[in-house]
Design a protein around this ligand. Structure first.
Ligand SMILES: C[S@@+](CC[C@H](N)C(=O)[O-])C[C@H]1O[C@@H](n2cnc3c(N)ncnc32)[C@H](O)[C@@H]1O
Length: 400
C-alpha cells in the first residue's frame, strides 16, 4: 500500500523543497502551492516519516494525507470524514485536536468545519474501538481539515513543532529569518562549502549556522522530538536508529571559511551561543563589524544577507542607505563573489547599483520579499588567499 505524505513550505520555495526531496531519495509525486506531495510504502512508512522530519532543511512540516473528497454541505463533510480509516492512525487514547481552513468554498465557517470533523472522527473511532467515550489522554494527533474550492483535505501532522525549530536558536535578534527559509536561500545561492561564505548582517547567526550545518552534514532535526514518535502505528525504535545513523554521518569539514558579522555587539554574542548549541561554533568566525568596513582576503565566495527592512516609520531611509553601502562594498571589495539579498524593497537594485542576475519572489513570514541574486564570475582558479593574509577582513573590523 502506498501512503501520501506532504512536506509543507513557505510560498516561493516549493521548487527548492521539491529538488531537496528528490536529491535525498524521496519519491516525489507532485508540487502544489506551499507543499510537495511524496510517497511512502507500508514497509517504509516509519523510515520515510522519520527521515523526512529529520533531514529536510527547507520543509516546514511533514503531514500524512488521510483523504480528500468533495463536500458542499455539513452532512457531506461528516460522512466524508467518518468514511476515512482514522483508527489506522489514531490510537484508542489519542488526542486529536482539529485545526481548519476554508477558501472559496460553500463550507466557509471554519469553526463549524472543525467541530463537524471532530465529531465525525470521534464517531468513527468509538465504533472502531467499541467505546462510547474516548479518553483523549495519550499521544497527540493534530488533524487539519482544509477546504478549498469545495474539496476537503484531511491531514495529520507528524512533526509537532514546526521544522524551523531546530533547537539551536533560543536566542534571537530582531527579525530573525526562519531557519527553513535561510536554508532554502543558501541552496538558491549555489554555495559550495569549498568556497567562503559571509553574512554581513548576521543577527542571531541563522545563515552562517545553516551553512555550517550543511557543510558538516548535520541533519537539521536530529536534536529534537516529533509528535509521530509517540504514535503506536509508527515504530519508535526506528526513529532512534535513524537518528543515530544521521549522527554518525556528521563530518568535520576542513578549510571552511564562514563569517558572520553584525554592527550590534550583543547579537554577535547570541549568534556565537547559537552556533555552539548547533555544534558548529568551531566553523564560524563571528565578529562585530559595520557592513561598510567589510572586506575579505578570499575570492569567489558567497554573501547571503537579510538586511534590515526599515519597516517602521523613520527607519526606511537608514535601510536604503545600508543597501547603497552594501552595493558599494560589493562592487569594490567582493568583485569575484556572488551576493544574495532578501528584502521587500522594490527599489533595491537601484540602491544597490546593479541589476540582479535573478529575482525570486519569497515570503519572509507575512512579508512579501524578493531574493535578489547577483552571481559572480565563474571560478578561474582554486579559491584561496587573494592578497597577503595581513590584509584580511578580520583586521579591518572592530573586534569585541
Ligand atoms: C533583519 S536582521 C538579520 C537577522 C538575521 N538574519 C537572523 O536570522 O537573526 C538585520 C541585522 O542587520 C544588522 N545591521 C544593521 N545595520 C548594520 C550595519 N551597518 N552593519 C552591519 N550590520 C547591521 C542589525 O543589527 C540586525 O541584526
Amino acid at each position: 500500500m502506498q501512503y501520501e505524505l506532504i512536506a509543507t513550505s513557505t510560498f516561493g520555495i516549493e521548487g527548492i523543497l521539491a529538488d531537496e526531496l528528490t536529491e535525498k531519495g524521496f519519491k516525489r509525486l507532485r508540487t502544489e502551492n506551499g507543499r510537495v506531495v511524496f510517497a511512502a510504502d507500508s514497509d517504509n512508512l516509519t523510515e520515510t516519516v522519520a527521515r523526512a522530519n529529520m533531514t529536510l532543511r527547507t520543509a516546514d512540516r511533514i503531514l500524512v494525507h488521510v483523504g480528500t473528497f468533495e463536500a458542499h454541505t455539513f452532512d457531506q463533510l461528516f460522512d466524508g470524514v467518518k468514511a476515512l480509516p482514522w483508527e489506522k492512525w489514531i490510537c484508542r487514547d489519542g488526542r486529536f485536536p482539529v485545526e481548519g481552513r476554508s477558501n472559496k468554498s460553500d463550507l466557509f465557517s471554519v469553526s463549524d468545519c472543525q467541530a463537524i470533523t471532530k465529531k465525525a472522527i470521534a464517531t468513527r473511532l468509538s465504533g472502531a474501538y467499541g467505546i462510547d467515550w474516548l479518553p483523549e489522554s495519550g499521544p497527540l494527533f493534530k488533524v487539519e481539515v482544509a477546504v478549498a474550492k469545495n474539496m476537503v483535505t484531511l491531514t495529520l501532522d507528524t512533526s509537532g513543532a514546526g521544522l524551523h525549530k531546530r533547537g539551536y536558536r533560543p536566542e534571537v535578534s530582531q527579525a530573525p529569518i526562519r531557519e527553513t527559509l535561510a536554508a532554502a536561500i543558501i541552496m538558491c545561492s549555489k554555495w559550495n562549502p569549498k568556497r567562503p561564505f559571509m553574512d554581513p548582517c548576521c543577527g542571531s547567526g541563522t545563515f552562517p549556522i545553516e551553512a555550517a550545518m550543511m557543510a558538516a552534514n548535520i541533519a537539521p532535526g536530529i536534536y529534537r522530538d516529533y509528535d509521530a514518535e509517540q504514535w503506536p502505528c509508527i515504530d519508535k525504535a526506528k526513529w532512534d536508529e535513524i537518528r543515530q545513523e544521521l549522527k554518525d554521518q556528521i563530518i568535520e569539514p576542513e578549510d571552511l571559511h564562514i563569517i558572520g558579522t553584525d554592527i550590534d555587539d550583543s547579537v554577535v554574542k547570541r549568534a556565537r551561543n547559537n552556533a555552539n548549541r548547533a555544534g558548529v561554533g568551531q566553523y564560524i568566525h563571528f565578529q562585530r563589524a559595520d557592513l561598510r568596513d567589510a572586506k575579505s582576503r578570499f575570492s569567489y565566495g558567497t554573501i547571503v544577507c537579510n538586511p534590515p527592512y526599515g519597516e517602521r516609520i523613520g527607519e526606511q531611509r537608514d535601510a536604503e542607505l545600508l543597501y547603497k553601502r552594501l552595493g558599494k562594498v560589493y562592487a569594490t571589495e567582493f568583485e569575484t563573489w556572488s551576493c544574495h539579498v532578501i528584502t521587500p524593497c522594490d527599489k533595491f537594485e537601484k540602491l544597490f547599483g546593479k541589476e540582479a542576475s535573478k529575482k525570486r519572489k519569497l515570503f519572509n513570514g507575512r512579508i512579501r520579499c524578493d531574493l535578489y541574486q547577483f552571481f559572480g564570475p565563474k571560478l578561474k582558479r582554486a579559491p584561496g588567499p587573494k592578497v597577503a593574509p595581513q590584509d584580511n577582513m578580520e583586521k579591518n573590523v572592530v573586534t569585541d
